[in-house]
Design a protein around this ligand. Sequence first.
Ligand code: SER
Length: 341
Amino acid sequence: MRKEVVLITGANGEIGHGLMEYLGKSEDVQIVALDIQELDEELRPYCYRFVQGDILDNMLLGRLVSEYEIRTIYHLASILSTRAEYNPEAAHRVNVEGTLNLLKLAVEQAEWQGRSVKFIYPSSIAAYGLPYLERKNRAGKVKEDEWLTPQTMYGCNKLYCEHLGRYYARYYKQLGADSGTSKIDFRCLRFPGLISAFTLPSGGTSDFGPEMLHQAAQGLPYNCFVRADACLPFMVMPDAVKSLVDLWAAPRENLNRLVYNVTSFSVTAEDIYTIVARSFPDVVVTFEPDARRQKIVDSWPSEIDDQAARDDWGWEPDYDLEQAFEEYLIPNIKDRYRSKK
Ligand code: SER
């Protein structure tokens, strides 16, 4: 008998840290974690097995298929928006070909098991692309089917992988004799910028939010790479994990879409500065916008509409702006850096 497991790719990344800790604490989940980098020691106790390797390595994925009965895949591995612009073709390989490999793995698993495999995929506000700032400012809350003209490689990759997920779930090998029997239960969230008290993202464009906070908490100055009025939607990590797990748990028949926006609060870089300065009054933040990264932020919506998620599976964030900072970020971040001193 093969062991029943949940496979998490990109386990050592930002979301991976939050999700591993959450799932790892529940006794009935056995996690097989995959990451190209060594796994953080703190996460070791949460996984049944850690495999260091590349999602582009089909031999490795093949071995996982033969060793485990994978019931759910959280496919988190990705190259984020800023980093992807430095090597778009490499980003495409990881973000798209890597996702294709995992979808294929899911198909093989589902065929073996004769039942569906859940494929949980985090997409992003980067899937949107508003043509210019003034249009962004007039756009209001953007719904899932609007403004799908991304300007970054990462955004193009995420949007295309959403389509791949839909294809694998609904149309896979549609001309074959056993067409219509795909057992991939693809479920996707479009995340806003994420902020964790414990980890920092790397290579993203919404990183100015978390970076400002973490620098301030360490008593370090921060030179913000976007204008003070740059506005994006954000969410804290416990809510991101909650949304992944809640979407996973939702009854399939309640889901009217494959892709859902989720969000919590929308803030400008200056709002973040004001809130951070309340707790760390000595913080020195300067604004020196990098025109190219600013342009990416200007193409992402200030607000996204998550009504469909609320209606279909009862989505609601636990933390609004005030609670995010006062109850989660500030206390935990103070502890984190105090204990590192
Ligand atoms: N946080 C991501 C980035 O900035 C967006 O999903 O690339």
